[in-house]
Design a protein around this ligand. Structure first.
Ligand SMILES: Cc1cc2nc3c(=O)[nH]c(=O)nc-3n(C[C@H](O)[C@H](O)[C@H](O)COP(=O)(O)OP(=O)(O)OC[C@H]3O[C@@H](n4cnc5c(N)ncnc54)[C@H](O)[C@@H]3O)c2cc1C
Ligand SMILES: *[C@@H]1O[C@H](CO)[C@@H](O)[C@H](O)[C@H]1NC(C)=O
Length: 368
């Protein structure tokens, strides 16, 4: 069942990918480059700036770089980490907290706009995943299945993936409640009307689970934290804050085995089957919202240890900058941020490098 859902979600992403890559092929700026990748021919490109990623951070960086006439190349990925080009926002419905869209905007629509704005100023976009890099000498090298890029500077903005659990009813498509009561982002979705004054659940046991549970008490009538063990991993202070909140109740030693719909048949979440992992008993919990807070996985494997990462795999940047451990390689967005994790903050860090780096290109002819 979960396999089927995975396939369905991939198929959804695949359609988007085809639409995007078709538009890439038609774009005038790409007409001269052989962007229809033939697997046999390896092409080499030289560029001042190569951007890896496709979310708000990547496109903000590319808009700044392209407007400064640095002619950036951008690799938006081909289902990199199972996410369509456009990044995490392609996995959600309405985005209501990005300024400029007072009525809200669909995730896939806003990322299409990001992409168009990048192209408008001459960014060359390839719908390919960067699977290897060589930052040991300059120019830096990046590799896809059909291309090698030699770049004076690189911006890594490959984002992160919010981890989700898989059980009956957890997916998208028919019979699943993903985006219809189940979410992986309390800060993004918690204020939605379907959660107001309703019982909600957070799954997790770390600091972010505590924080999200507290946050959700502003909207829900009650917030359950379901945790598979009998102790939290969260820091003492965060635990204390959650445990002393009268609206929060912890369900220990338990995991969710099934999500089912509400009885009005509106196709939204109505409740959960919760299994006590010690006794094996399964009980019923009527809730309207379920939020995974089980962590994120930053997309840094392809870097193969060439940039300094922290213990959770995030790229380490010098505080207040996007500089990494390699001079000339920058990181922006969720790939280097485990705290804020929002579209607007990702876009913000995408612009960070601008003053630092575009100006040095302009005045010194190099990014350093
Ligand atoms: C369900 C959900 C709902 C959300 N709702 C909101 C919201 O309402 N408002 C809000 O502000 N934020 C929301 N967020 C958070 C927001 O989506 C992220 O903070 C933001 O998208 C991070 O942007 P980013 O640029 O760092 O990269 P991401 O959006 O993570 O995108 C990076 C993308 O780069 C591509 N990529 C990865 N590796 C490679 C590679 N090796 N080569 C080429 N390409 C690659 C992939 O397509 C990847 O998805 C939500 C997140 C989720 C999961
Ligand atoms: C959780 O399980 C442990 C044994 O693994 C047990 O000692 C503890 O009392 C249980 N807690 C609850 C609240 O059921």
């Amino acid at each position: 069942m979960s396999q089927l859902k995975l396939l369905l979600s991939r198929a959804g992403g695949f359609l988007l990918v085809s639409a995007l890559s078709a538009s890439a092929l038609n774009a005038p700026s790409l007409a001269s480059s052989a962007s229809s990748s033939s697997p046999a021919a390896m092409e080499t490109h030289k560029t001042k700036v190569c951007i890896v990623g496709s979310g708000p951070a990547a496109h903000t960086a590319s808009i700044y770089a392209a407007r400064a006439e640095l002619k950036p190349l951008l690799f938006e990925g081909w289902m990199a980490n199972d996410i369509a080009p456009g990044g995490q926002l392609t996995t959600t419905t309405d985005v209501e907290n990005f300024p400029g869209f007072p009525e809200g905007i669909l995730g896939i629509e806003i990322v299409e706009k990001f992409r168009k704005q990048s192209e408008r100023f001459g960014t060359k976009i390839f719908t390919e995943t960067v699977n290897k890099v060589d930052f040991s000498s300059k120019p830096f090298k990046l590799f896809t299945d059909s291309r090698t890029v030699l770049a004076d500077a690189v911006i890594i903005s490959t984002g992160a993936v919010a981890k989700r659990l898989s059980f009956a009813g957890s997916g998208e498509g028919a019979g699943g409640f993903w985006n219809r009561g189940i979410s992986a982002c309390a800060v993004c979705d918690g204020a939605a009307p379907i959660f107001r004054n309703k019982p909600l659940v957070v799954i997790g046991g770390g600091d972010s689970a505590m924080e999200e549970a507290n946050f959700l008490t502003k909207y829900g009538s009650k917030v359950y934290i379901i945790h598979r063990r009998d102790a939290f991993r969260a820091s003492k202070i965060m635990q204390q804050r959650a445990l002393s909140n009268p609206k929060i109740e912890v369900i220990w030693n338990s995991s969710v085995v099934e999500a089912y719909g509400d009885e009005n048949g509106k196709g939204v979440l109505g409740g959960l089957k919760v299994k006590n992992v010690v006794t094996g008993d399964v009980s019923d919990l009527k809730v309207s919202g379920l939020f995974f807070a089980i962590g994120h996985e930053p997309a840094t494997k392809f870097l193969d240890g060439q940039l300094e990462l922290d213990e959770d795999g995030y790229v380490v940047t010098k505080p207040g900058t996007t500089k990494t451990s390699v001079v000339g390689v920058f990181a922006a967005g969720d790939v280097q941020d485990k705290k804020y994790r929002q579209a607007i903050t990702a876009a913000g860090t995408g612009s960070f490098f601008a003053s630092l780096f575009i100006f040095s290109f302009m005045y010194n002819g190099s990014p350093f």
